[in-house]
Design a protein around this ligand. Structure first.
Ligand SMILES: *Cc1c(COP(=O)(O)O)cnc(C)c1O
Length: 415
């Protein structure tokens, strides 16, 4: 099955009762059962079925199954947000005293999260580039996970997955990849050795900017050494599903960061057009990036440009497509603000993966909590603008950015 067909048919074959073409929204908190005996079985995982929507809901299951099959994983667990997915993916295997290795180029919220985990005794060590060379010296017996974004948001550095996964596996450590910005359209990270994948499905999977959500997918391939990952010992009996079984029966259900059925439904609808949207978004992003290369006073960063240091990894891992985010540097914060304010179509908002083009000044918003060093490492400068490219017609986007760039250049030559 090719990708666009799989988005419609894989892991989903309609709803059984009335033949509805999408799994309906089961907008309920609880599910009744014919007898106390039956509910006892459902509660104790001895019979299939649902008891309570924090633990499971058919609309959510349908979304989870579709994502698991698209990523070629053994199972998926949906969460109330991308941040909840990142948090749960880590806390499922971490204990006080453990260490995580992560890249400095991470999404700002994830960097903040690692800070929040410190008082719980979980220490994060950072690398500037997600390469085997940088990671190896930081691995020790306390290292329990390596965490990276496939395409860093907003730095747009690409993780060298094959080399990194080989290295971390040789130390018995799993590789957890946030693949939000790459999406399953550009890459299946499990084919390159990632063990766990998380998505903020609020972004490209939903695609319309209408629901916050996240999802964790397990490849089922990692060999959990239960001496090292003691919490997984009692789940070993689930075989390749051990990690997912632990999540579902442990911290994920008890923290209660379940996905709402309505949002799961919106994501399943969005997922079906992921391939079409990404094709268009990657085309628009490359066209726009090439356009910025011709503009005075603007520096552009996009991994599919030949000038990018990540060009060859982009060819190797992402079929030469660079995703739908690019960043530009306008020369100063003042110029960046003016440029944003002069845009007509591109909307000033903190999101990515919407149908419409969104722009933001990261340094004063999503990275406002970061130290100067954190900002620099994440490619966030005072004059950086992040552009989340939408599906608008490219000529309209180019002319919108052209008039905004001209307006700041003209102002300057007058001053
Ligand atoms: C947005 C984002 C998150 C957080 O997701 P939410 O759904 O906003 O909680 C995590 N990682 C990346 C790469 C993101 O872009």
């Amino acid at each position: 099955m090719e990708f666009n067909t799989a988005l419609l048919h894989k892991g989903f074959n309609g709803e059984k009762v009335f033949g509805s073409t999408l799994t309906p929204i089961y907008q309920v908190s609880a599910f009744s059962h014919s007898s106390a005996e039956q509910l006892e079985k459902v509660f104790n995982n001895r019979a299939p079925g649902y008891a309570y929507s924090r633990i499971g809901n058919p609309t959510v299951t349908s979304f989870e199954n579709r994502i698991a099959s698209i990523e070629n994983g053994v199972g998926a667990v949906a969460c109330s947000s991308g941040m909840a997915a990142v948090t749960m993916a880590l806390l499922n295997i971490l204990e006080s005293g453990d260490e995580v290795i992560a890249s400095t180029g991470l999404f700002g919220g994830t960097i903040d999260l690692f800070g929040d985990l410190e008082p719980f005794g979980i220490v994060t060590r950072y690398v500037n580039k997600v390469t085997a060379e940088e990671i190896e010296p930081l691995i020790n017996e306390k290292t329990k996970a390596v965490f990276a974004e496939l395409i860093g948001n907003p730095g747009l550095e690409i993780a060298d997955l094959d080399a990194v996964s080989e290295l971390v596996h040789s130390h018995g450590v799993p590789l957890i990849i946030d693949s939000t910005t790459a999406t399953p359209y550009l890459i299946q990270p499990f084919e390159h050795g990632a063990d766990i994948v998380v998505h903020s499905s609020s972004k490209y999977i939903n695609g319309g900017g209408n629901s916050i959500s996240g999802i964790i997918v397990d490849s089922g391939n990692f060999e959990w050494n239960t001496e090292r990952y003691k919490g997984l010992a009692e789940y070993k009996k689930f075989g390749r599903l051990a990690y997912v079984a632990k999540l579902r029966n442990g911290i994920w259900r008890n923290i209660g960061c379940c996905l709402a059925p309505f949002n799961a439904f919106m994501n399943s609808v969005g997922l079906e057009t992921l391939g079409l949207r990404m094709e268009r978004l990657c085309y628009n992003a490359l066209e726009l990036a090439k356009f910025f290369e011709t503009q005075d006073g603007i520096e552009v960063n996009y991994p599919a440009l030949e000038a990018s240091p990540y060009y060859s990894l982009c060819q190797k891992l992402l079929k030469g497509k660079g995703g739908a985010i690019l960043t530009i540097r306008a020369g100063s914060k003042e110029r960046a603000f003016k440029l944003i304010n002069n845009l007509k179509y591109a909307t000033n908002a903190t999101n990515i993966g919407d149908t419409r083009t969104l722009v933001i000044h990261p340094s004063s918003t999503i990275y406002a909590h970061g130290t100067e060093e954190q900002k620099r490492n994440a490619g966030v400068f005072d004059d950086t603008i992040r552009i989340s490219v939408g599906i608008e017609d490219i000529e309209d986007l180019k002319s919108d950015f052209k008039q905004a760039v001209d307006s700041i250049n003209v102002n300057e030559s007058e001053e």
